[in-house]
Design a protein around this ligand. Structure first.
Ligand code: AHR
Length: 508
């Protein structure tokens, strides 16, 4: 049996993991909001209709930032429809998902929910059907202290103090023909530049002062690397906006599509593919930075990533309110790929400063709910929970001699790893995926951390790749393993079961 050697040295780091790497996303789509986070009358709901059982699971996931309200939805959304007395709010057609939007939940409800959930809001403005003025006025509604029609409207709607929303996405997937108001790269680049400029002015960002601090603006990058316009879209958009924005967004979903007869390897190749995708974006940012002669560093906001069986048909009838859309039930196989994607985000933390798992509740989500009933944790919940709660320090560079397999994206490594070190607590966290169909030995050498001792070792594996969780059925959960001994305080021998994810913690 081949032994894979993985070596990491505390002095060789990739960078600090930003807390915002563990963000998520809530869209007005299906049952993400309605029956997801918001269900007045649910036994666990508070006076605002916020479900307490869902909040508890979000807290378990330790999500620090949540993107809202879309997604494709935002490109047809008028934020004014979602404020003020609920009985006066209009019911609208949502053309992104062909559903009916009741507007019972809007900006004020979301920002109130964020406060309760202890998460930072990341709002998106509509640059599809929306104008620069709509975007700027939403900033005014949220962030201006008072004394203007819009800020006083917010106060009249119950929020005396400004929300001081810092993170703003300038539209969503504007390169996609499916987007309401889809634009070319030049058209979008110009519009995003103007929106950014006027949003900053509205926020009081002049040469003299910025009472709310500077906005953190995210410009829409390519929807995925299979877009015919990738990566030219990103170059052109950045050339228009480089001096105004802080992040370039990336999106990517991976899918296991057995009906298309694609081999398992094509799915298992996702983590390394995502790494190459990020590296291309990093290079594009650097290219534009040099071209526009800027000293600023634009980072990446990977604000939609996940597994999503997009080829599954959408069966719900037209124009339903809160239909069961995109309710993927994740298999053990999905969780295994998901863990590899998380490793990639960790290994790219020098440039990827925001990550949003898309999405959070019911819609391609780690948390599922039943109307009037309970909740369950999907298989993907677990790698997220473990890493989000522990891998918060610096990612340490790893060197590995893992063997590789061919797949549709190029080469993939059988053993995929991430190592994280928290200087404050002296904790080392190791996340390991074994994508081989046989057991693998791994020799882990963790240098310069001091004398290490293992404190936690859990593993996810299953004889059935299709195993899933459900209401009252948690079949795919991490299992505790006997702690390994650490030779000379730095060398660990592990046996990874075939197709498995392992999570280990060590303390110096
Ligand atoms: O997350 C689901 C959808 O995927 C989002 O609305 C869109 O941005 C992406 O295509």
């Amino acid at each position: 049996m081949k032994t894979t050697k993985i070596f990491a040295d505390r002095n060789l780091t990739v960078g600090q993991v930003q807390p915002t790497l563990y963000g998520s996303f809530l869209e007005h789509l299906g049952r993400a909001v309605y029956e997801g986070i918001y269900e007045p009358g649910h036994p666990t709901a508070d006076e605002n209709g916020f479900r307490g059982d869902v909040l508890e699971l979000i807290q378990e996931l330790n999500v620090p930032i949540v993107r809202y309200p879309g997604g494709n939805f935002v490109s047809g959304y008028d934020w004014r429809d979602g404020i003020g007395p609920k009985d006066k709010r209009p019911v609208r057609l949502d053309l992104a998902w062909h559903t009916t939007e009741p507007n019972e939940f809007g900006t004020d409800e979301f920002l109130k929910w964020c406060k309760k959930a202890g998460v930072v809001p990341m709002m998106a403005v509509n640059l599809g059907t929306g104008t620069v003025k709509d975007a700027a006025q939403l900033v005014e509604y949220c962030n201006h202290a008072g004394g203007t029609a819009l800020s006083d409207l917010r106060r009249a709607n119950g929020a005396e103090e400004p929300y001081r929303v810092a993170y703003w996405c300038l539209g969503n997937e504007m390169d996609g023909h499916w987007q309401i108001g889809h634009l070319t790269a030049d058209e979008y680049g110009r519009k995003a530049f103007e929106a950014a400029k006027v949003m900053r002015w509205t926020n009081g960002e002049t040469d003299r002062e910025a009472p709310n601090g500077r906005l953190k603006l995210i410009v829409s990058g390519s929807s995925n690397h299979e877009m015919p316009t990738f990566p030219e879209w990103d170059r052109i958009v950045l050339e228009h906006t480089y001096e105004q924005v802080d992040y370039l967004s990336m999106h990517r979903y991976y899918e296991y599509a057995p009906q298309s007869r694609r081999p398992l390897e094509d799915f298992f190749g996702a983590a390394d593919d995502m790494k190459r995708y990020i590296d291309t974006m990093r290079a594009t940012i650097e290219y534009v930075r040099a071209k526009v002669r800027s000293a600023r560093k634009v980072r990446i906001s990977f604000d939609e990533w996940n597994i999503w069986t997009q080829s599954a048909p959408r069966r719900e009838p037209l124009w339903k309110k809160a239909p069961h859309l995109l309710e993927d039930v994740y298999t053990f196989r999905d969780a295994l790929v998901f863990a590899g994607l998380m490793n990639t985000l960790l290994n790219s933390c020098d440039v990827v400063h925001i990550g949003c798992l898309a999405q959070l509740v019911n819609v391609i989500a780690p948390i599922m709910t039943e109307k009037g009933g309970g909740v369950f944790r999907q298989t993907t919940f677990y790698p997220f929970r473990y890493l989000s709660n522990s891998a918060r320090g610096e990612t340490v560079r790893t060197f590995s001699d893992s063997d590789t397999f061919e797949n549709v994206y190029g080469e993939g490594r059988y053993i995929n790893e991430a190592v994280n070190y928290d200087r404050k607590t002296g904790t080392v966290v190791v996340s390991l995926c074994n994508y081989a169909q046989e057991q693998r030995e791994v020799e882990l050498e963790l240098r310069s951390f001091g004398k290490l001792k293992a404190t936690e070792y859990v593993e996810m594996t299953s004889a059935d790749l299709d195993a899933v969780n459900g209401f009252g059925i948690e079949r795919v959960v991490p299992q505790e393993r006997e702690l390994p001994s650490v030779k000379e305080g730095s060398r660990v021998m592990l046996t990874l079961p075939p197709m498995s994810w392992s999570f280990l913690k060590f303390t110096a």
